[in-house]
Design a protein around this ligand. Structure first.
Ligand SMILES: Cc1ncc(COP(=O)(O)O)c(C=O)c1O
Length: 390
């Protein structure tokens, strides 16, 4: 593959956009499948998928057609007005999650889904304490940020958290008893931590959390914003590990780029929610629902869960080369542990025309590729890594 020189963003972004994001040296002009085309017409293999969003890749024909069709039919009505597409999306999602007893509340973003999950847990238990896991990321709003590891020191920005929070070290099954008590409303956990560098917390730890929540009457919340929607090769990590949470949040791949998120909850919990106790203007809008339906259709029709499992296994079997000394995560949520700073390896891969992501672990490069990845793309990654100094 010809090397792609790093390009700088042509638009003077700083003149118009708040300078809160670090930018990769890449400006995307268009995209197709797993390929981005930069503003100089050069192709870049996207193994990052816009932070795990572009599950179907780019310009997916059925997804694009579904959005165009819905835009022509009716682009928006609020939740005050019934729409068949909303019911279909919720029904499909429940069926996909293999949680036949669940109910869905549709919102706009991962943080909003988590915010509502925590609100429900605090209200229905009438408790004020939440347990989260070290390394976890749950979003940047008041409640979601309060349970995000490291947020208080780095970026939280609110004068105080809206409830008491304790953090439990990852995998510390023995510590669960002391932290999760009869004061605890909820435990929130990413079953496979994303930003932390694709860290699978494993079935035993999650099952231990489930047991303790049952003992003390706390609710278990799985944040599957990043690891859900087929990314692990199963519908959700809950399915992967055989642990059923009380509340499950998902977003990112859910809409393949049309902003949307969902909160799934047990029917027993949803029965406790009075009318108007939750709300949203855009959540569950028909465009979002058409996107969700198209994503679920494509995952099923194209057998993408199988593909995720197969390609995830291929990456694990073939990409421990060059600066990669170990591989962690699940399915296509992959952490490549590097012998050198991951940022350095990321920059070198981008020079070879491959976009990857980093993580909060400076030695872990994160891959979140579209599910439509093929063997040849993994081979391109392996060959590029092989050429890099260990
Ligand atoms: C696990 C997890 N939870 C929550 C969020 C927040 O989602 P959003 O950015 O859609 O608010 C993210 C975003 O990266 C995430 O990875």
């Amino acid at each position: 593959m010809p090397p792609v020189p790093a390009v700088s963003v042509s638009a003077p972004a700083a003149e118009y956009l708040a300078p809160v994001f670090a930018h990769y040296p890449l400006e995307v002009a268009s995209a197709q499948g797993v390929w981005l085309t930069n503003s100089r017409g050069e192709r870049v293999l996207d193994l990052y998928g816009g932070h795990a969003v572009a599950a179907l890749g780019y310009a997916h024909p059925a997804w694009t057609a579904a959005l165009a069709r819905q835009a022509q039919h009716c682009q928006f009505q609020s939740n005050a007005v019934a729409m068949a597409v909303r019911v279909r999306a919720a029904e499909r999602l429940i069926h996909f999650a293999r949680l036949p007893d669940a109910r869905v509340f549709l919102v706009n973003s991962g943080a909003e889904a988590n915010e509502n999950a925590l609100k429900i847990a605090l209200r229905t238990t009438a408790r004020r304490h939440v347990v989260a896991i070290e390394g976890g990321f749950h979003g940047r709003t008041a409640a979601a940020g309060a349970v995000t590891w490291g947020a208080q020191a780095k970026w939280y920005g609110f004068p105080r958290a809206p409830f008491n929070v304790s953090f439990l070290p990852r995998g510390d099954a023995r510590g669960i008893r002391a932290k999760v008590t009869r004061r605890t409303a909820a435990v929130i956990v990413e079953p496979v931590q994303g930003l932390a560098g694709a860290v699978d917390l494993g079935a035993d730890f999650l099952a231990a959390l489930r047991r303790r929540c049952d003992e003390v009457g706390a609710l278990l919340v799985f944040d599957e914003v990043q690891c859900g929607m087929g990314r692990t090769g199963q519908p959700f990590a809950a399915n992967l590990h055989g642990v059923v949470p009380d509340l499950l949040t998902t977003a990112k791949a859910l809409g393949n780029g049309f902003p949307c998120a969902a909160l799934l909850m047990s029917s027993q919990l949803s029965a406790q929610l009075p009318v108007e106790s939750l709300g949203t203007t855009f959540g569950g809008g028909p465009m979002a629902c058409a996107a969700i339906e198209a994503v679920l259709d494509a995952i099923e029709a194209e057998k993408l869960l199988e593909r995720v499992r197969r390609l995830g296994a291929l990456i694990r079997a073939s990409c421990r080369v060059g600066p990669v000394c170990a591989i962690q995560g699940a399915g296509l949520l992959v952490g490549l542990r590097t012998t050198r700073p991951a940022k350095e390896v990321q920059a070198q891969l981008l020079e070879c025309g491959i976009l990857t992501g980093t993580s909060s672990d400076p030695q872990v490069l994160r891959l979140l590729p579209p599910f439509v990845l093929e063997d040849e793309h993994v081979e391109l990654l392996r060959d590029a890594l092989r050429e890099l100094p260990a």
